[in-house]
Design a protein around this ligand. Structure first.
Ligand SMILES: N[C@@H](CCC[C@H](N)C(=O)O)C(=O)O
Length: 276
């Protein structure tokens, strides 16, 4: 099977994006792993697929697969690239696009040639919605990792996130703690692990060890989760610039029950065909 693809990235979080509207695609987890393989395939953190919607009030179905072949409910950087891809491939001419994901509905707003803003919906804080194996909702949770107790925030942005506050993100223990938090038994569907340094009330530095992909250069939903947790702790204002290894994103959140807005650039790296 020969598949046309577009290789994109949002500040270095990279994607193989596929048109499953005009192309017949039936990909198995091993095909996703092959596409994502940086030596044997195209290489990416996530594979994104555009499909026809399952309901009339939505423009497209937006499917997200991690490099390890698992399917995810949300990808913020991917959503921005997805909007640009839909217009680039002439699948739509709209600037305001509604998509459905496993994690819920999202609105994508194309601001100019490169910049896209995504309405990520309201964060979900109940343990059952994350999912997190804890009997009651709390501001932070104790997580035992390697005999050490970590105090983390946990919430869902349509996908699960744990956020840990660190003093210096450049020298935090992400390589050791990232995989331990990702696979911690308290998170039955695994979790994305964010390491956040609060610089001031409007600035965060963040690194994310992503579920199913390892450390990425940026994670949009991770940036939103870190801002939500930081704001609920009283450390951050409504508008926050999040600095990630690959660049910066803008996140704004008015507070409980309100949607999180994520804004940043998108890039097309190259296009081609791969035989699976
Ligand atoms: N890179 C993403 C998140 C991708 C999915 C995540 N690894 C998961 O499994 O939930 C983003 O920009 O949000």
């Amino acid at each position: 099977m020969a598949i046309r693809f577009t290789k994109m990235h949002g500040i270095g979080n990279d994607f193989v994006v596929l048109d499953g509207v005009t192309q017949q695609l039936q990909l198995k987890p091993r095909d996703i792993r092959r596409l994502a393989d940086r030596r044997r395939g195209v290489g990416c953190d996530q594979v994104l697929i555009a499909e026809p919607p399952g309901r009339p009030d939505v423009d497209f179905r937006y499917r997200i697969f991690n490099a390890d072949g698992s399917e995810a409910g949300q990808c913020g950087n991917g959503a921005r690239c997805f909007a640009r891809f839909l217009r680039h491939r002439k699948l739509t001419a709209k600037r305001l696009i509604t998509v459905e994901t496993q994690g819920g509905l999202m609105t994508l707003r194309v601001l100019d040639k490169h910049e896209v803003e995504v309405d990520m919906g309201a964060p979900r804080l109940e343990p059952a919605d994350i999912p997190l194996d804890r009997p009651a909702r709390a501001d932070s949770y104790d997580l035992t990792v390697d005999g050490e107790t970590l105090r983390v925030g946990a919430l869902s942005m349509g996908n699960p996130h744990a956020v840990l506050r660190v003093d210096d993100v450049a020298h935090c223990d992400l390589e050791r703690l990232g995989p331990e938090i990702e696979g911690h038994p308290a998170f039955p569907e695994r979790v994305n692990a964010g390491f956040a340094e609060i610089v001031d009330r409007g600035t965060l530095r963040l690194r994310v060890y992503e579920r199913g992909a390892g450390e990425t250069l940026a994670c949009g939903s991770g940036a939103c989760a870190a801002v939500v947790w930081g704001r609920r702790q009283g450390w951050l204002d409504e508008q926050v610039t999040v600095h990630l290894p690959g660049g910066k994103l803008s996140v704004s959140w008015a507070g409980d029950g309100e949607p999180v807005l994520l804004r940043g650039p998108t890039a097309i790296a190259f296009e081609g065909t791969i035989r699976l």
